[in-house]
Design a protein around this ligand. Structure first.
Ligand code: ATP
Length: 689
């Protein structure tokens, strides 16, 4: 190699000024913020640390801004090694096809940085705790290759410690459990019957997870579990205090409905049935939200008074919420998480269920767990093809059951087959299923441009099968109570409820927020399209038929982020005696009380709302639609992952349509897995000191 080539090589690995000088770094962060690659909040953290610690090295300030930014992407921590492998994922760079501008890219900045040098800079910093962080109070915590904001490190420790404690203290089961299980699962045709095994595992633990895809019987299983636990307690005259919860109001409402049905059909004595609750509350309500605070009324000093807590749709629980639940739950109480581990995680930081279920497919039961399961269930696990495990190494797996048979989406279901192919990241098989036309319940549509008539036809769904938006609008038009019906006539509530139900027959699901196929543009386009077809009276502002999504909790109104309502013109009681009743536009929301109640809210009283003809896949979690259509954008984007596609497909109960303007985007999404960095899936749960 020539001398000048060597010089060049040395020059390229020389750290850039922004990695050496705090002021240079801060001005780079300014540029990143101006470009929209970094949030103001992320930059502010670096600025705050510099103010507190003027000697703070540039590498540490950069790390702080990146940890904060990673939180916004759902990562609990900054994984240093992964960041060095793919530095440009550390910021929100524009999607493919858009200009990146002149600012230095993270890949250029971090190009010459070695992991060891980065760690050394952090370890010696006055704002980072790396040795015995529990005894420190510095704002950042370094654990090996993971850098945390202290608060998130504490949440993670809290979850790991309390779960470890729960897992190490099994609960006694009643001697007649095999007989009770056999009675509850009589007539099962599965072998092994994972529902029965899941029940047995959950009955013996203070913590357990039951995971499974759509229709695998999670609700059915948990209802039987509650009967299994409640029967001996009722017979002993001490019924268990059981509470059911879900992360969102929508999920809670869905579960309330299906639990109610299942409890009614339980093959147990009525005295036991009445001691099984059918009402499901949101986690916020269960813990007692305090306005304008991230704290809850129930906490370690004021624990929840209950013996069993079941949380459904647990894939939506973020790390902070999980830590809050575990803090407020007495150790004596059982906690059962139900959910589909393969779904998208919450928008907030942490993918608790996904992390905890990292090895659920393999089983990893120890010889003792396996022998115990076979004994109490009377079933052999030979055919299940599980990997052997060890109770010390795989403590959590001893309390995890995965339901493997879908009762709703079998081999004859296109939705089921497609969801399974996507879950395996098998893009070719997924495409073949969509293309073959062999299944009537799944289809794909190419959209040439934003005004493609195929889009309009699907959205309006004028032929009603599969459903589009004409369906709820025809209920609105045709089912309207007579204008003479007085304001207190129940017909107004019945009408609103039918419209809300009809609206849930179809939903457009967007993968992204911006761009031609982003949720904002699509909502506007749909409103305009339905207006032009004479199905809506207007396309802007408040108009009858406008569906809205609440985007911020309003405790005084009892409306939660994610609740959906529809604006309707209803008859209003007169304000003063002697005056006549007026018609007014009100937004109808389901009461989510399991009894089909509806309430009407004045539009001007609502907190922040978005029109919701289309919603993001994230927001659709916990909901189910007869027909779900996923709209993929034309540009590749790191948010497009197999978890996102899987979640969209599994929102559909009868029809799924893939809408795409550039086919490779689907293939690329299906091949990409979500990576959420945290410490929950990296370390065996330790013994509490
Ligand atoms: N062991 C079983 N045998 C026959 N049918 C079953 C069995 N378990 C569940 N089902 C039926 O399968 C359907 C789905 O069950 P369930 O609602 O319990 O599943 P889930 O996993 O909770 O579904 P979701 O995807 O809605 O969360 C229901 O109609 C239920 O009655």
């Amino acid at each position: 190699m020539q001398g000048d080539q060597l010089d060049l090589l040395e020059a390229t690995v020389e750290p850039l000024p922004a990695l050496l000088d705090s002021r240079e770094l801060m001005s780079l962060l300014d540029q990143w913020q101006d470009n929209g690659w970094l949030r103001a909040l992320d930059r502010a953290l670096a600025a705050f640390l510099l103010e507190q610690e003027p000697a703070c090295p540039a590498k540490v300030l950069l790390s702080a801004a990146l940890v904060s930014h990673q939180l916004g992407h759902g990562h609990v921590c900054l994984n240093l090694r992964a960041t060095l492998e793919e530095p440009d994922l550390a910021l929100s760079l524009p999607p493919e096809g858009e200009e990146t501008g002149a600012a230095l890219l993270p890949s250029q900045l971090l190009g010459g940085l070695q992991l060891e040098d980065w760690q050394a800079a952090l370890i010696t910093s006055a704002v980072v705790d790396s040795d015995q962080p529990e005894q420190g109070s510095r704002p950042l915590v370094l654990v090996g290759e993971r850098l945390y904001l202290r608060r998130y490190w504490q949440y993670e420790r809290q979850v790991v410690d309390t779960l470890g404690q729960r897992l190490r203290q099994p609960l006694p089961v009643s001697a007649d459990m095999p007989e009770r299980l056999a009675a509850l699962f009589a007539g099962s045709e599965q072998s092994p019957d994972w529902q029965r095994l899941a029940c047995a595992l959950a009955a013996r633990g203070r913590f357990s997870i039951i995971t499974g895809g759509p229709g695998t019987g999670k609700t059915t299983t948990v209802v039987r579990l509650l009967a299994l636990l409640q029967a001996p307690a009722v017979e002993a005259g001490r019924p268990l205090r059981i509470r059911l919860a879900a992360p969102t109001g929508k999920a809670a409402a869905r579960l309330t409905e299906s639990i109610g049905r299942q409890v009614g059909a339980l093959p147990v004595d009525a005295t036991i049935r009445t001691e099984i609750p059918t009402e499901v509350s949101t986690l916020h309500r269960l813990l007692g939200s305090l306005p304008d605070s991230r704290h809850f009324r129930h906490n370690a000093r004021n624990p929840l008074a209950l013996d069993v807590l079941v949380i459904d749709e647990a894939s939506m629980i973020d790390l902070e919420m999980m830590a809050c639940v575990l803090t407020a739950l007495p150790v004596s109480a059982r906690l059962v998480l139900l959910g589909d581990k393969d779904q998208l995680a919450s928008v907030e930081a942490g993918a608790v269920l996904g992390d905890l279920c990292a090895h659920a497919d393999e089983g990893r039961y120890s010889a003792e767990t396996r022998a115990w399961l076979e004994q109490v269930s009377g079933q052999s696990l030979d055919a299940a093809e599980l990997e052997p495990g060890d109770s010390d190494q795989h403590l959590l797996e001893q309390q995890t059951a995965m339901l493997r048979h879908s009762h709703r989406f079998g081999r004859d279901s296109g939705i089921g087959e497609l969801a399974r192919a996507v879950n395996r990241c098998d893009a070719e098989a997924a495409r073949a299923l969509l293309r073959s036309g062999a299944f009537a319940d799944i289809r794909q549509r190419q959209l040439a441009h934003a005004g493609d008539p195929a889009f309009a036809a699907l959205v309006a769904g004028l032929d009603a099968n599969p459903a589009g938006y004409a369906s709820y609008l025809s209920v609105l038009r045709d089912g309207r109570p007579a204008a003479t019906a007085p304001a207190d006539d129940h017909a107004w509530i019945d009408w609103a409820r039918t419209i809300l139900t009809a609206f849930d027959r179809f939903r457009l699901l967007c993968a992204v927020r911006r761009g031609d196929w982003g949720v904002e543009a699509v909502n506007q386009r749909v409103a305009s399209l339905l207006h032009r077809r004479g199905l809506l009276p207007a396309e802007h502002g408040w108009y009858e038929g406008r569906p809205v999504l609440i985007t911020r909790n309003d405790y005084s109104l009892g409306l939660m982020n994610g609740d959906i309502g529809i604006a309707l013109r209803i008859r209003e009681p007169a304000l003063h005696t002697g005056e006549s009743e007026q018609f007014a536009l009100r937004v109808a929301f389901p009461r989510n009380d399991g009894a089909g109640g509806v309430r009407f809210v004045l539009p001007s009283r609502l907190p922040e709302v978005d029109t919701v003809f289309a919603m993001t896949v994230h927001k659709s979690q916990g909901s189910e639609f007869e027909h779900a259509a996923l709209l993929l954008p034309a540009a590749r984007n790191p948010v497009l992952t197999k978890e996102l596609v899987y979640t969209a497909i599994t929102r559909a109960s009868a029809h799924f349509t893939l809408l795409e303007s550039r086919p490779e985007v689907f293939e690329q999404a299906v091949k990409r897995r979500v990576r959420r960095f945290s410490g929950l899936n990296l370390q065996p749960l330790p013994e509490r000191g």
